[in-house]
Write a protein that binds this ligand. Structure first.
Ligand SMILES: Nc1ncnc2c1ncn2[C@@H]1O[C@H](COP(=O)(O)OP(=O)(O)OP(=O)(O)O)[C@@H](O)[C@H]1O
Ligand SMILES: [Mg+2]
Length: 375
C-alpha cells in the first residue's frame, strides 16, 4: 500500500505531501488539485508500469498515453516552480514525486528549457521500479463512458491486461469475458446475489441503485464490439422479459457500472483510483457506492477516491461505525483554496464514524442552506 505521496513542482503544487490509507477520500473545492493527485500516480504507472512498451521504457515521463493525457512539459511543471528541495540538488527545474510504499521511491523529471512543448520528460531514475507499479490497477476518470449501443471488444486491454479503460469503456467486454469469475467470500460479496459469480454480483450491486434491474453483456458476432442490455424483471409488467439498450434506461446505471466492476474485482493488492463515483446517482445510490468502496478497501485493496458527495463521505463514516473499516483505514483530505494556493486539512473519522474536525467549507452547505431557510 502507498502510505504517502509527495508532489514537487507538479501542476497546482509547489510541494504537497499527502498521507494515504486503504481508503482515501479527496474532497474540496473545484480546481483545487484533487484530480492532480490521481494524475500523478496514473502518470507514474503510464511511464514506468508494465504496460509501457519495453522499447520505450527508457526512463522518461510519458505525459500522453492511454491512462492520461497531460499535454506538454510546460503544462505539467508548476508555474511558480522552485528548487526540488531534497529531491534534486541542482536548481534546474524539475517535476518530482516521492512514493512511500513498502519502500520509498523517487521519480524526478527534468524540465528541458529547450523543449517545453514535448510530451516526454527525461527522468532521473535512481531507483528500481517499485513493486506497487506492477500490482493490479484501475483508474476511472470523471469523464466516463456514456450509455451507448455498443462498446469496444479488445482482448489485449480488457482480458489480457484486465483494464477497464480510463473511461470504463472496456467494462462491458471485461464483464462478458469474466462473467463467471467468483467474487471471493468477504465484505465485497453481496448476500442478495443469485451466485458469487461476477455478473450476478454486479447485478446485485446495481440493484442497490435500481431495484429489479439486471444486465447482460454479449459479443456482437462478426464485429469488434460488445453490447450491454438491461432488463427490468418484475417491474415492467408484460414487458418484463424485454431487453433494453443502455441509451433507453437513463444515465446513472451505465455511468456507475465501471465503478461497480472495478470494486468487485479488487484484489488485496489492487490500486484503484476513482473520480466521482457518485456521478449521476441518486442520494441513496451514492451512499451505497460508498458501502461498495469501503468493502473493496476492507478486502485489502487501496482506493483513492475524489468525491464531491457528502453521501459518499457519510457512507464511509457508516462503514467505520459498522466496523467494515477501522478508523485508521480511512483518510479524508479536504483541499481548501485560499486564493494563493491549496491547503490540505485532514479531518479524522473516529470509531463511531464521527469527524474529529469540521473545517469551514467542508460539506457544510446543507447547514448553511438550512440556516438561510430557517432565518
Ligand atoms: N502548470 C500549472 N501550474 C500551476 N497550477 C496549475 C498548473 N496546471 C494546472 N494548475 C492548476 O491546477 C488546478 C487543477 O486541479 P485539478 O484538475 O486537480 O482540480 P480538481 O480539484 O480535481 O477539480 P474538480 O473538483 O473540478 O475536479 C487548477 O487550479 C489549475 O489552475
Ligand atoms: Mg477533479
Amino acid at each position: 500500500m502507498i502510505t504517502r505521496l509527495t508532489l514537487v513542482n507538479f501542476k497546482a503544487f509547489r510541494r504537497l505531501e499527502l498521507p494515504l490509507g486503504p481508503l482515501t477520500l479527496l474532497t474540496g473545492l473545484n480546481s483545487s488539485g484533487k484530480s492532480s493527485v490521481l494524475q500523478a500516480l496514473a502518470l507514474l504507472r503510464q511511464s514506468f508500469g508494465p504496460d509501457r512498451s519495453t522499447a520505450h521504457a527508457d526512463g522518461s515521463f510519458l505525459l500522453n498515453g492511454d491512462l492520461i493525457e497531460m499535454g506538454t512539459a510546460r503544462d505539467v511543471l508548476h508555474d511558480d516552480f522552485g528548487p526540488a528541495d531534497d529531491l534534486l540538488t541542482s536548481d534546474a527545474p524539475a517535476v518530482g514525486f516521492v512514493v512511500e510504499a513498502d519502500e520509498s521511491s523517487q521519480f524526478i523529471a527534468r524540465y528541458d528549457l529547450e523543449q517545453p512543448d514535448e510530451d516526454v520528460m527525461e527522468a532521473d531514475l535512481h531507483v528500481f521500479v517499485p513493486r506497487w507499479l506492477h500490482l493490479p490497477f484501475q483508474y476511472l476518470h470523471a469523464d466516463r463512458i456514456t450509455p451507448a449501443v455498443t462498446y469496444p471488444r479488445s482482448r489485449q486491454i480488457a482480458i489480457d491486461r484486465g483494464f477497464l479503460g480510463a473511461r470504463g469503456e472496456h467494462t462491458v467486454n471485461y464483464l462478458r469475458h469474466n462473467a463467471e469469475q467468483e467474487v471471493p467470500e468477504g465484505p465485497l460479496r453481496h448476500s442478495g446475489a443469485t451466485s458469487p459469480q461476477l455478473l450476478d454480483q454486479t447485478v446485485a450491486w446495481m440493484q442497490e441503485l435500481c431495484p429489479g434491474v439486471n444486465l447482460q453483456a454479449d459479443a456482437i458476432e462478426g464485429t469488434d464490439f460488445v453490447r450491454l442490455s438491461y432488463g427490468f424483471g418484475g417491474t415492467a409488467g408484460i414487458n418484463a422479459t424485454r431487453r433494453r439498450r443502455p441509451t433507453n434506461v437513463g444515465f446513472g446505471l451505465t455511468y456507475a457500472l465501471p465503478i461497480v466492476v472495478a470494486c468487485l474485482t479488487a484484489t488485496p493488492e489492487s490500486l484503484i483510483l476513482l473520480e466521482n463515483p457518485e456521478a449521476h446517482l441518486h442520494p441513496k445510490g451514492q451512499s451505497r457506492m460508498a458501502a461498495l468502496l469501503s468493502a473493496a478497501a476492507a478486502t485489502g485493496a487501496q482506493l483513492i477516491v475524489e468525491t464531491h458527495s457528502d453521501h459518499v463521505l457519510n457512507g464511509v463514516r457508516i462503514a467505520v461505525k459498522q466496523a467494515v473499516l477501522q478508523p485508521e483505514d480511512t483518510v479524508v483530505h479536504y483541499f481548501q483554496g485560499n486564493g494563493a494556493g491549496t491547503e490540505v486539512v485532514t479531518p479524522r473519522i473516529d470509531k463511531d464514524g464521527m469527524l474529529q474536525q469540521w473545517p469551514e467549507g467542508f460539506f457544510d452547505e446543507w447547514e448553511n442552506s438550512l440556516d438561510q431557510l430557517l432565518d
